[in-house]
Ligand binder design. Sequence first.
Ligand code: CA
Length: 225
Amino acid sequence: MRVLIVEDEPKTGAYLKKGLEESGFSVDLAKDGAEGLMLAQEESYDVIVLDVMLPVLDGWDVLKRLRDTHTTPVLFLTARDDVQDRVHGLELGADDYLVKPFAFVELLARIRTLARRGPPRETERITVGDLEMDVVRRRVRRGTVRIELTPREFALLQLLARRQGEVLSRTQIASYVWDMNFDSDTNVVEVAIRRLRAKIDDDFPVKLIHTVRGVGYVLEPKDKA
Ligand code: CA
């Protein structure tokens, strides 16, 4: 499996390259955004690990331009533990993210998951049953019914839709969509899910958002049992 690392800090880049090679990956290392974008467009990778703060082109620009033509899974690395970064990255079509500093084993696990999942068939349009999300135009419809969502609802739905069929825990959802860790008893995720359900599920016979008790939520078309 081939991995492209785009990382400008020489020590980090060399460390990641060495670690991934020792784990059996074939690794290319690009030291700025322009070089990274060129390699990503010309070569064929299973996963791209993309730093956000990069010279020449930053990670956002690389991701934006890459997504015009390629669906290669992208894991982005953000130094700031900033919810805006995560939401922005996912909106631009990143598949996952890690906040620096991270443990190498965590990076390895994420890369393996992304490599297994492979590129999505389409990144601009996500469909789940009769639900269709146009990620670029930010439109959502079920069948012929247009549904208006707030930006946060859209981010939440997009996360669930990209991982359709996969149960996501409240903690996972919170760390993607909100800037918080859910050790506390806050029910922000539940409230948001309820609001989203009211918009995308309540008026339709086939429900898409399902609660998996004690675990979290999954998005998939399924008749109410
Ligand atoms: Ca950097």
